[in-house]
Write a protein that binds this ligand. Structure first.
Ligand code: NAP
Length: 283
């Protein structure tokens, strides 16, 4: 790696988000220059505004490419393809794409990025454990009832710290070029088992209450969840959490040579931060 290359930043799209923040912190701790792709960044980056895409790519050596909110939403494949094409045209050789497991649209996005000819690594991930502490499901945990339309289907939840470790390895080591890592945690848990794990870690009474897709959509709307996110969640719970994606994989071991973190370790560490003991935000 030459000096000029070392001084070029790595662009982290969604660099304030669940995986992007962890990727950016890891790169910075290795003194690797980082540019955060964010709507509050300078230059600004917004998936909804292609005019903002060119400036963030200027002079970067690699991109951690994460779409928001999900590669399954209308327009996501086209936007991802256009952004990746622009990156390659602007001389950015290295792309690491965060993809979603069990989503046909995400696989179309993977192919679209592959077609650009970039030096590509794909991280095809299952659901993140941090959804329960840093995102939508946090309010469920705080309320004491995880009310979701997930039946008793198990999911091999994955820790975003593991994704970040794989992403950083891929962004900094050319041995990962051309790899598709299908990433899961080490155990599949039903949402009832998740509730038990979090209850155990917090000492609080937390339970899973299965609800219908319609009931879930109505309750989410009453809590102010935007309509497009409710539509996405309805899709995810009806298509992705249907048992097809219940098995674990050895993707983390393949990429990093170690096992992924267990949900119990995540639950213990998240409980210690106090995130699950503060009062729910009133709506
Ligand atoms: N969550 C999961 O369990 C999971 C599982 C597998 C795959 N994935 C994939 O991971 C990706 C990220 O999902 P996530 O749920 O984890 O979200 P996240 O990375 O936590 O994303 C939140 C970030 O998205 C950014 N953002 C929002 N709107 C944006 C826009 N219009 N343009 C640019 N950035 C925008 C926000 O940054 P600023 O406010 O700084 O702009 C925010 O920091 C998605 O493609 C999803 O399919 C997620």
């Amino acid at each position: 790696m030459n000096i000029r290359h070392q001084n070029q930043p790595i662009l982290v799209l969604g660099g304030h988000g669940k995986t992007g923040r962890r990727v950016a912190n890891r790169l910075a701790s290795r003194d690797i220059p980082v540019r955060i792709g964010s709507r509050s960044g300078a230059p600004r980056f917004d998936w909804e505004n292609p005019a903002t895409w060119e400036d963030v790519l200027h002079g970067v050596r690699a991109v951690y490419l994460t779409y928001y909110p999900d590669l399954a939403v209308p327009g996501a494949v086209e936007a991802t393809r256009s952004f990746a094409e622009l990156a390659v045209q602007r001389g950015v050789p290295r792309l690491v794409l965060l993809s979603g497991r069990g989503e046909p649209e995400a696989e179309r996005a993977e192919q679209a990025v592959r077609d650009t000819g970039a030096d590509l690594t794909i991280l095809r991930s299952t659901w993140f454990v941090q959804n329960f502490s840093e995102d939508y499901m946090l309010d469920h945990v705080l309320s004491g009832e995880i009310r979701l339309p997930a039946g008793d289907v198990p999911t091999p939840f994955l820790d975003a710290d593991d994704i970040a470790d794989v992403a950083v390895a891929a962004l900094t080591d050319s041995r990962h070029v051309g790899e598709l890592y299908e990433l899961t945690g080490p155990r599949s848990l039903t949402f009832a088992e998740v509730a038990e794990e979090i209850a155990e870690a917090t000492g609080r009474d937390i339970r899973y209450v299965p609800v219908s897709l319609e009931q879930h959509a109505a309750e989410a709307a009453a809590h102010g969840v935007p309509a497009e996110i409710i539509e996405l969640l309805t899709y995810l719970f009806s298509e992705v959490v249907d048992g097809r994606n219940a098995n674990t994989t050895d993707g983390v071991m393949h990429a990093l040579g170690r096992e992924p973190r267990d949900f119990a370790d995540y639950a213990r560490d998240a409980a210690a931060t106090g995130v699950w003991t503060r009062s729910p935000v009133p709506v």
